[in-house]
Design a protein around this ligand. Structure first.
Ligand code: GLU
Length: 423
């Protein structure tokens, strides 16, 4: 990565992204300033007893970016790279994502700087419970609603909900399930939430295929990341006839021009923890993922993965940002120059927060929806957002990312215009 690309603050990049769209649609300065900074920043340092009898102090974050349209909403990330700058950017992206798909939430993000893989299940449970306790009343079903993200899952959310409920007054406990989303179905999660982000990427791809008169059947796709998002997306896309020709995770990069048997790979990763040593594909170099012969590239891992050098290598027609912030600003210019369409993160990966909203509604009403209901409503919400972005892109003559921000900013601006600034 060039020095310029690696040194740039992620939060500054996030602010620059919305400012470009704000220029296009003329968002007033005070609102730009409000949206440039998170509303609240909560940092907690908390001790946890480890299995060997020692005690370790962890640092956890919850950044609440904006709540003018509804409760703060966004995931919790456990990863060694988590820091204040990253969580600030991720929180801001949630505000724009929720506004773009028009769910009544704001934006937040949290996390702990740690490698979750090195802790035992018992240690993980103590870390999650103590973090939840440290956050205390900074979260709540009508206030701030965490969800899974990189390094966390439904078990994490089940422990968070259980801790929050058990430390609240007994008479309110049954009303608190919606304090987090992405829970297991047996404890109040929604069917379809686990694969929702991956399914949303597939619905985005189907919309794009419709726009461009391209068939899904035989479409060649490279995927970076084979976790919750990349794994589910690959399985769903393969079922629709797409060929997943290259897959990479933290351990290895695989290639098979005839299409990888994704179900077999999914089982392999479940049993072995990574794609390494899977026999149904060739092991290739990390950079070969970007130069692989494919129609679509799906980054489904971390930020800043598509650098300008890698953008020069890609020969795809479109990039679907399943991860948050995977394209550096410099790479974005290269992709635009090379006529590679970018379906931005706040649109392509919004399936997760949409089904989180469905889960929250189900928790409020006590009524569980069917898988068909969840999927058809998800598709409707996503395609409506895609249609609005396409329309705005044509009106403004801008990129899809700018159009997506323009749609989101219009909604936010309207609420500020009506509500004003207190007092
Ligand atoms: N972590 C996911 C995201 O980045 C989901 C957030 C949510 O469901 O609140 O969109």
């Amino acid at each position: 990565m060039s020095t310029l690309e690696s040194q740039r603050s992620l939060q500054e990049a996030a602010v620059a992204q919305f400012q470009r769209a704000a220029d296009l649609i003329g968002v007033p300065d005070p609102l730009r300033e409000i949206l440039s900074k998170p509303k609240n920043e909560i940092i907690v340092n908390f001790p946890v007893k480890l299995d060997d009898g020692t005690t370790k102090v962890f640092t956890g974050y919850r950044i609440q970016h904006n709540n003018i349209r509804g409760a703060f909403k966004g995931g919790i990330r456990f990863h060694p790279s988590v820091d204040l700058d990253e969580v600030r950017a991720l929180a801001a992206w949630m505000t724009f994502k929720s506004a773009l798909v028009d769910v009544p939430f704001g934006g937040a993000k949290g996390g702990i700087t740690m490698n979750p893989k090195v802790y035992s299940p018992e240690e993980s449970e103590r870390i999650v419970r103590r973090f939840t306790h440290a956050l205390g009343s900074n979260i709540g079903p009508s206030h701030d609603i965490p969800a899974p993200d990189v390094g966390t899952n439904s078990q994490t959310m089940d422990w968070m909900m259980d801790t929050f409920a058990n430390t609240s007054s007994p008479s309110t406990r049954q009303t608190l399930k919606g304090v987090v989303t992405g829970k297991s179905v047996s404890v109040g999660g929604s069917v379809g939430r686990e694969e929702a982000t991956g399914r949303g990427v597939l619905y985005s791809l189907r919309h794009w295929c419709g726009e461009n008169d391209v068939s899904l059947e035989g479409l060649k796709i490279s995927v970076q990341g084979f976790g919750n998002v990349g794994g589910h997306f690959s399985r769903l896309a393969a079922k629709e006839g797409c060929l997943i020709v290259a897959v990479a995770d933290h351990a290895a990069t695989l290639h098979n021009g005839n299409g990888i048997d994704v179900e077999a790979l999914y089982q392999w990763v479940k049993e072995n923890g990574s794609v390494a040593d899977f026999e149904g594909a060739d092991k290739v170099d990390t950079e070969d993922l970007f130069s692989a012969d494919a129609d679509i590239f799906v980054p489904a891992a971390l930020e800043n993965q598509i650098t300008s050098a890698r953008a020069e290598e890609l020969s795809v027609r479109a990039v679907f940002e399943a991860a948050n912030g995977p394209t550096t600003p410099a790479a974005e210019l290269v992709l635009a120059d090379r006529n590679i369409d970018v379906i931005p993160d706040i649109l392509a990966n919004s399936g997760g927060v949409v089904v989180s909203y469905f889960e929250w509604l189900q928790n409020k009403s006590g009524w569980a929806w069917s898988a068909e209901d969840v999927d058809s409503r998800l598709r409707k919400v996503l395609w409506a957002a895609h249609d609005q972005v396409v329309e705005r892109k044509a009106d403004l003559g801008c990129s899809r990312r700018e159009a997506a921000y323009a749609v989101a900013l219009s909604r936010l601006t309207e609420v500020y215009r009506r509500r004003g600034v207190f007092p």
